[in-house]
Write a protein that binds this ligand. Structure first.
Ligand code: KG4
Ligand code: ZN
Length: 352
């Protein structure tokens, strides 16, 4: 079975074709057109501009992805996401479904971030999935494919959003996550040490920045990242113009922002693994492309000697793409329909 998938929930226009077979599952094409340059000016995604770009780019991305492949069904993201952007992808999916005489499978973007980890792989259940992106920070208990329960989520900003906003304060550009990661990496591991709390401290720190770790010790699995942003703003405001502009300040601050987020995410996720007796840990979403986050998660899981599967997508499949929508479509193939009118955008669609 070959699935052609379309993803336009945020600021990436993506089309992919994935072939699912008993013995070999293969991504035949996977094209992502990023709108980063357009949204830079706003420091975040501008929905109306994003829709305009999706409408413009979809036919081009589609042509490139389609090549000469023939698909059996079309999967499209129906939510969660930005309403005008979702409609852009859905409208396009309906048009080509009609032309190609194919059924449409509606797909959930969050489920797709989870299931991309199962492309050509199996895992054990129950699993704990941590989805970290620009729009979401959720801990999800997964008892089997298709059965999910959100056990915790952010009360305010998503972690990716926190990176985007704090990077803007520091003047590091957009998207903030990768910009913060690049800055933070300028402090080599030799210059950091692990403190008793298992957190990194910068050796010979000039600026002695310490950000809070909001909600890290609460018994639930919820998160809060807006306080982190406020703390960055306060610290930034109390610095002199010269300090703010200095590379040293930006590097130390980026490292501390990244580490604060990692500390919180790891602590809550490991608690969930323990409490639910999870046999697998699954990461997904744009922030899971972060190298430090990946390494520190691996290290902590190894230290704890958990007998669990640990799944993280390759970096290009952590951030938004359509191959993941094809996988979500495949596992939801029962929902395939030719009643195109029944398919609509669901901006607040929740998993489970
Ligand atoms: O999953 P995604 O591509 O789109 C959404 O569904 O939101 O995630 C985008 C988010 C952005 O906030 C971006 O700053 C963050 O993921 N991000 C990263 C990295 N790459 C993307 N954050 C930290 N480190 C990265 N390497
Ligand atoms: Zn996403």
């Amino acid at each position: 079975m070959k699935i052609l998938a379309i993803e336009t929930s945020c600021d990436d226009t993506a089309v992919a074709i994935v072939k699912f077979a008993r013995n070999k599952t293969e991504i035949l094409s996977n094209i992502v057109s990023s709108q980063t340059e357009i949204h830079k000016e706003w420091g975040g995604v501008h929905p109306a501009l994003a829709k305009r770009e999706h409408d413009k780019n979809l036919p081009l991305v589609f042509e490139k992805a389609l090549n000469n492949f023939k698909a059996d069904a079309i999967a499209v993201t129906v939510g969660p996401g930005l309403d005008p952007c979702l409609w852009s992808g859905i409208g396009f999916a309906k048009k080509i479904a009609q032309e190609m005489n194919l059924p449409i499978i509606p797909a959930n973007h969050i489920e797709a971030h989870i299931l991309i980890n199962l492309l050509g792989k199996k895992t054990k259940f129950p699993a704990i999935a941590l989805i970290v992106s620009g729009g979401h920070t959720q801990l999800i208990l997964m008892t089997k494919i298709g059965r999910y329960k959100i056990i915790g989520e952010t009360k305010d900003d998503a972690v990716g959003e926190c990176f985007d906003k704090t990077a803007r304060i520091l003047g590091l550009g957009y998207p903030g996550g990768p910009a913060i990661a690049v800055m933070a990496a300028r402090i080599s591991n030799l210059e950091t040490r692990i403190s008793k709390q298992n957190s990194f401290k910068i050796q010979n720190s000039k600026f002695k920045i310490h950000l809070p770790r909001p909600m890290i010790n609460t018994k639930d699995y919820d998160f809060s990242f807006s306080g982190l942003k406020t703390a960055v703003l306060y610290d930034f405001k109390k610095r002199s113009g010269k300090e703010r502009e200095s590379e040293g300040y930006k590097v130390e601050m980026a490292k501390e922002i990244q580490q604060a987020a990692i500390d919180i995410l790891i602590k809550k996720t490991l608690s969930a693994i323990n409490d639910f007796g999870a046999k697998a840990l699954i990461l997904g979403g744009g922030v899971s492309a972060n190298e430090e986050l990946r390494n520190q998660f691996k290290k902590r899981v190894r230290e704890k000697e958990y007998e669990i599967d640990f799944l993280i997508p390759p970096k290009n499949l952590s951030t938004d793409n359509a191959a993941m929508i094809a996988v979500a479509g495949y596992y939801n193939k029962k929902k395939a329909t030719r009643n195109y009118d029944g398919i609509s955008a669901r901006p607040n669609l929740r998993i489970g």
